[in-house]
Design a protein around this ligand. Sequence first.
Ligand SMILES: Cc1cc2nc3c(=O)[nH]c(=O)nc-3n(C[C@H](O)[C@H](O)[C@H](O)COP(=O)(O)OP(=O)(O)OC[C@H]3O[C@@H](n4cnc5c(N)ncnc54)[C@H](O)[C@@H]3O)c2cc1C
Length: 295
Amino acid sequence: MYQLIIIGAGPAGQTAGIYTQRYGIKFLIIGQILGGTTNEAHLVDNYPGFKSISGPDLAKEFQKHLNVETKEEQVEKISKDENGFKVTTNKEEYQGQSLILGMGMKIRKLNFKNEEVFLNKGISYCTSANTSQFKNKTLAVVGGGDSALTNALKLADQAKRVYLIHRRDEFRGSPALVKKAQKEKNIEIIYSAQVTEAQGKDKIEKLILNTGQELDVDQVFIDVGGIPNVHLCGELNIEMENSFVKVNKNQETNIPGIFAAGDITNNPLKQIVTAAAEGSIAATSVYKYLKNINS
Ligand SMILES: Cc1cc2nc3c(=O)[nH]c(=O)nc-3n(C[C@H](O)[C@H](O)[C@H](O)COP(=O)(O)OP(=O)(O)OC[C@H]3O[C@@H](n4cnc5c(N)ncnc54)[C@H](O)[C@@H]3O)c2cc1C
C-alpha cells in the first residue's frame, strides 16, 4: 500500500514526485512515456534555466532530477476501495491512499496531407514565446478559440502577415479578442476554410485550402486544442469543466484524496512550467491531506 500513487510521468507527475520525495511520502509513479509530451517539443525556449533545449533533452533532465524508478505501465482502471484507491495497469494492481492525476492531453491534429512531413519544419502545435524570430515572415495560425486568437495577435506584432484560418464563419473565442484580431492590419482572417495540404521542399512553403486558395507561408501554427486523457476518471465521478478535470487552487478535485495537475486540468495555460508548478502544489496538498487523515 502506497500513501500516494502519481499517474503520469510528464512534467506535472515528475515534479509532483520530486516534491513528494522531499515530504518523505511513500509513493509510486506510473507513466507510459517518461517526460510525457515534452518529448514532442522540438525546442523549448521558455523553461527557466534553459535558454533553449530540445524537448527530449529537457525530459531527460526532469527524469534525472526525479531519480526514482517509474513504472512504465499503462493504467487501465482506477477505482475507489475501502483503503483509498486501486490502480490497475496492464501488468499489476497497486493501492494508494491518495492519487495525483497527471495524464496530460493529446494534441489535436488536423490530418491534412503532409502535416507530419513538415512537423518541426515549419509546422508546429505551439507558438514559441520568442516571436522576434518571425519578424517580417508570413505566418498562418489555424484555429478559432482564444488560444489561436491570442497567438495570432502576438505573432502579428512581428510578422509581415498572419493568416488566421478558421473552419467556421464565426469564432468561438472571446468577442474582445475577435474584435482585436479583426482590427489588426497584419492579420488576414480566412473564414469557413480548412487546410487540405502543405507543400514545400525542405521546409513548408505553401498551404492549400479547401476553398482553392494557396497561401505562401514561412511557418504554420496549428492551435485547435487538445483532448485531455480523462477516460480513466469515469468511475470516480470526478467533476469536469469543458472535458478537463476541475481543480481548485490547491489542485484538489471534488473527490477527497484525488488531486490533479498539468494539461489534464482546467488550467488556462498548457505549458511545461505550469504543469510543473501544479505538480508541486498537488504534492504539497497531498502531504497536508495525508497528515489530516492519518492524525
Ligand atoms: C509539439 C508540442 C510542443 C510543445 N512545446 C512546448 C514548449 O516549447 N514549451 C512549453 O512550455 N510547453 C510546450 N508544449 C506543451 C507541454 O509539452 C505540455 O504542456 C506539458 O508536457 C504537460 O505536462 P503534463 O505532465 O501535464 O502532461 P504530459 O507531458 O502530456 O504527460 C502525461 C503523462 O501521462 C502518461 N499517461 C497518460 N495516460 C496514461 C495511462 N493510461 N497510463 C499510464 N500513463 C499515462 C503519459 O505517458 C505521460 O507520462 C508542447 C506540446 C507539444 C505537443
